[in-house]
Write a protein that binds this ligand. Structure first.
Ligand code: PEP
Length: 251
């Protein structure tokens, strides 16, 4: 059966020293009071090799926020999936709306990133979600369906390593959260698409996280929905107490 997961996305925040401190603090609070779900922290590249050894792997997984769409070579400034995996990280966020919007990540680029991540043993946390204008026009389902093409080209075995994150772009960092009903409706739709592409068993095994202004005060009602299997957390993952508050929604 699918896992409940709370994953943090630190984005471009925290110096190396601040990141190590936050990872240690989280490790301490979660070791003292064990979570009832999987916990992942996705950090900037420079943090990965220092954060992986300070967290207990049994309690906290580590991931990158991106990886290159090329395997290796003359791509100045890029970091490959193999390099991410060599730090001990197990996950990588791919298709985040900020990368789609600001760094022009196309479906073709994401297809390559997903393949390279999987080939290097990383689990992609693959983000999908509509912008406000698309929701206002009632186009959210078709947008999300089109974005899923990047992972629906995978075979069933490969898809088993994918975690999906529904992140309505209008809710990211805006303080405007999707209602539990809006989240459930979209998550159920996404699961129906997975069932249609693969089968019901695969759909039942797929973790679908909600992301967008999730915080300790709203996590419980969001995660209580049958098709919401946890969250991808931005701002609220930057403070151990807030992140723990969200993790505790599963208690
Ligand atoms: C995100 O960027 O993945 C996110 C969900 O951000 P926030 O929680 O800050 O809205």
């Amino acid at each position: 059966m699918r896992k409940n997961i709370v994953a943090g996305n630190w984005k471009m925040n925290k110096t190396l020293q601040e990141g190590i401190e936050l990872a240690k603090e989280l490790n301490e609070v979660l070791s003292a009071d064990k979570p009832n779900c999987d916990v992942v922290i996705c950090t900037p590249f420079i943090h990965l090799a220092c954060v992986t050894p300070v967290v207990n792997k049994e309690i906290i997984g580590v991931g990158a926020e991106n990886c290159a769409d090329k395997a290796s070579g003359a791509y100045t400034g890029e970091v490959s999936a193999a390099m991410v995996a060599s730090t001990g990280a197990q996950y990588v966020i791919l298709g985040h709306s900020e990368r789609r919007a600001y760094y022009h990540e196309t479906v073709e680029i994401l297809d390559e990133k997903v393949k390279l991540a999987l080939a290097n043993g990383l689990k992609p946390i693959f983000c999908i979600g509509e912008v406000l204008e698309e929701r206002e026009q009632g186009k959210q389902n078709e947008v999300v369906k089109a974005q899923l093409a990047s992972v629906f080209s995978l075979n069933e075995g490969e898809f088993g390593n994918i975690v999906l994150a529904y992140e309505p772009v209008w809710a990211i960092g805006t303080g405007k959260t999707a209602t539990p009903e809006q989240a459930q409706e979209m998550h159920a739709y996404i699961r129906s698409l997975v069932a249609e592409r693969y089968c019901k068993a695969v759909a039942d095994n797929t973790s679908i996280l909600y992301g967008g202004s999730c915080k300790p005060s709203n996590a419980k009602e969001l995660f209580a929905n049958p098709d919401v299997d946890g969250g991808l957390i931005g701002g609220a993952s930057l403070k151990a107490a807030d992140f723990k508050g969200i993790i505790d929604a599963f208690k």
